[in-house]
Design a protein around this ligand. Structure first.
Ligand SMILES: Cc1cc2nc3c(=O)[nH]c(=O)nc-3n(C[C@H](O)[C@H](O)[C@H](O)COP(=O)(O)OP(=O)(O)OC[C@H]3O[C@@H](n4cnc5c(N)ncnc54)[C@H](O)[C@@H]3O)c2cc1C
Length: 418
């Protein structure tokens, strides 16, 4: 539980209307709240259903916190209004984000793929930097508050929690995330709140998620990890390709390259993935190498020292199944393109993000609702998702700051934003 002082105050303040209520203490909600208070907006209440803030943020990047990417560009995002995404990200880009976290006391480093992490390599330290700053800034936090009902009133909003508490606010920010990984508090209730205020939703899909594939050719490979090039197809059409790790499982494939590909496969009618195990060696080179090896070793030993032994056995088995016999050309073909039809995903519970959400077309340039005045949305609840590599946290933070800046401008009598 956080901020007992606030709880004490809250009891006395039931019925009092707050200036701004932010629903959802995740990445976007925390940064939105902090930016508001740091810029002189005093009466900000951040409500979070969990017992603590930033539970998901603390688990990101395999616990290491891949906060953004040096190669940030809108090309890494999906949305119904990519131009708006671009403006919002440019308004608070990767440099601004890192400068901000450095101002809170963090240090950062990037890997060879441009993925940026705190030097602590602890995602929880990102949450801590924000949490401590929120405390210092005096943001009022109420944990254990699951917003289940929101209604529009003449001069603001009335909010009811599952736990029986009530709050009133002039302005509300929906920062509840999507419906991916519900064990972190994101079960999609935010969508119901948005819908109750007049919003619609685009179709929702799990993204950055493990893929289920036909398993006949990967039996016995569970747990084997390889670095390679993964291509995603719809029928014969290549949708994307990515280099990275692929991990075989009993249901299909996992790993960063797979997460990447999953974002492109949601609409595919005839989805498949194809693994290239040795992307830096040409077909001709491979054929030459295997031909030389075939002179002194048996067929069963042909892949030893080239790929993982179990993988080699699986390739050999597939070669016999599909061609009826061993051939060097067939072996090279499978090393270059080990295709697996995709039969599904592990679903929202295992996904890192939700593809789809409240359409951008229902929000103005500052992410204020066009359906309901003084309602703002930020983060994953909006129809924006990014590729694997730090792009989703960047969006959460950029959009949180965008909303905060819009409210600050409006409160200070600056530009209007209808
Ligand atoms: C395992 C995992 C690893 C990831 N790794 C990365 C990574 O390395 N890099 C990256 O860029 N992205 C990563 N992501 C994605 C990234 O974490 C999200 O896109 C991002 O956190 C979304 O921010 P948000 O503020 O919109 O929502 P969230 O961070 O999901 O926060 C929403 C908050 O709202 C609360 N909430 C929901 N409904 C209610 C309600 N009705 N009332 C009160 N509170 C409510 C939730 O409890 C939650 O705390 C990862 C996701 C997962 C699941």
């Amino acid at each position: 539980m956080q901020n007992f002082d606030f709880f004490r105050k809250m009891r006395y303040n039931i019925g009092m209307k707050h200036d701004i209520i932010i629903i959802g203490g995740g990445a976007s909600g925390m940064l939105c709240a902090l930016t508001l208070v740091q810029n002189g907006i005093e009466d900000v209440v951040l409500v979070e259903r969990g017992e603590r803030l930033g539970k998901k943020l603390s688990a990101t990047g395999n616990g290491q916190g891949n906060i953004t990417n040096q190669n940030l560009s809108v090309a890494h995002y999906f949305s119904d209004d990519i131009k708006k995404v671009e403006r919002i990200i440019k308004g608070f880009d990767n440099h601004a984000l890192l400068d901000f976290f450095k101002s809170l006391g963090g240090m950062f480093e990037a890997d060879e793929k441009g993925r940026v992490y705190p030097t602590s390599r602890q995602a929880s330290s990102l949450t801590d930097l924000l949490r401590f700053a929120l405390e210092r800034a005096g943001v009022r936090v109420q944990t254990g508050f699951t917003a289940v009902k929101i209604s529009r009133q003449a001069d603001g909003f009335s909010l009811t929690s599952q736990e029986g508490a009530a709050l009133k606010g002039k302005t509300v920010v929906l920062a509840t995330g999507g419906k991916a990984a519900k064990n972190f508090g994101t079960d999609g209730t935010g969508y119901l709140l948005a819908k109750s205020l007049g919003h619609t939703l685009t179709p929702l899909y799990p993204a950055l998620v493990q893929l289920k594939t036909q398993t006949a050719h990967i039996k016995g490979l569970k747990g084997i990890r390889c670095e390679g090039l993964l291509r995603a197809y719809d029928g014969a059409k290549e949708l994307t390709h990515a280099r990275g790790d692929v991990i075989f499982t009993d249901y299909g494939v996992s790993g960063n390259a797979v997460f990447w590909a999953s974002s492109y496969l949601t609409d595919a009618k005839n989805p498949s993935v194809s693994l290239e195990f040795l992307p830096d060696v040409s077909k001709d080179e491979l054929l030459k190498l295997l031909s030389q090896k075939a002179k002194f070793c048996a067929e069963e030993q042909i892949f030893v020292g080239i790929v993982n032994n179990q993988l080699g056995r699986a390739i050999l088995k597939r070669l016999h199944l599909e061609n009826g016999k061993f051939s060097l050309e067939g072996a090279v073909k499978l090393l270059k393109s080990f295709t697996l039809p995709v039969t599904g995903t592990l679903g929202f519970d295992y996904a890192q993000v939700t593809k789809g959400g409240v359409p951008m077309s229902e929000l103005n340039e500052c992410l204020m609702s066009k359906k309901c005045k003084n309602l703002y949305l930020c983060g994953e609840i909006i129809n924006v998702d990014g590729e694997c590599g730090g792009y989703n946290l960047q969006w959460a933070f950029s959009s949180g700051v965008c909303v905060a800046n819009a409210i600050i401008a409006e409160r200070k009598g600056g530009r209007g934003h209808d």
